[in-house]
Write a protein that binds this ligand. Sequence first.
Ligand code: AMP
Ligand code: MG
Length: 309
Amino acid sequence: MGSVQTFFDIISASEIQDIAKIRNIVLSALQDYTREAGFYQILPILMSPITDPLNHAVYPAEIEYEGRPLKLTASMIFHKQLMLASKQMENIFVLAPNIRLEKATVKSSQNHLLEFSQFDFEMKNASMYDVMAFIDGLVKHVFTEVREKGAENLKNLGRELPEYSEPFPICSTDEMWEKHGKDFENIISKTSSTPVFLTNFKREFYDRETPGSRGVYSNFDLIYPEGYGEALSGAEREFEYEQIVYRMKELDMDMAPYENYLNAAKDGLIPQTAGAGIGIERMLRFITGRDEIREVSFFDRSISSDFAF
Ligand code: AMP
Ligand code: MG
């Protein structure tokens, strides 16, 4: 049964303060840097007729309002695209809660929460290379801020956060598969001394298939070193109606719930954009060097949670 003790079993009271201080620094650094680059912040929405279909199975997270089923937000992807349908809006970001009822049989409790926070941004007319360049600057800025303003807290937590002077390398998944075999992502994370971008994953319909190259995708992940795994995912987006329909059919999706979205695409209202989403708790886990993600979320929402609170 839940008790206050259960809470402190996961993490000591003094560590909570160090992590909370670093979390403050991280949240300010992400938002200030992005605002100063000219992005407008939008606020999250929590329920909607459609949400991110994800590229893996989760338990459904739905509620009902007066007979209408509404999905709880798994990511803000479609709302980011629709915000940029406005001609005046160029670049936006949102810090949003995401609900994903991950299956314990598939995902690890070390790196997966059932609800987490995502720092999600989207840029009009940008390429995936523009987005990766922006992320390179943003992530390095966050690390520098933490090293400077959170030096004492890092020390208390026994963590030395490395400095990365070179641009994060960009490798394709095909090359890495050939070199390391199918467990390439894990191997890269465990052996690399810097965060690494991996490009070209087959996943959700909205990540753009590279024009003229069937089965190649203009998307990427950033992988943390030291075995911490995936940091973020990003991509150019599909925006042309015919191609969106092609991708949905290819993935055997039920298109009915997407009627309004598809109509917007048919009317040419989905703009050409690219963007990415950074998992906040994963970033905090890496920065603070914790073993498990629930140590930085405080209220345990890991797959193995007993939901004491
Ligand atoms: P995705 O677009 O699904 O890759 O999600 C964007 C980012 O959110 C990922 O790269 C992770 O950093 C983070 N993320 C995704 N799922 C979870 C989860 N279940 N728990 C914690 N963080 C997550
Ligand atoms: Mg991902």
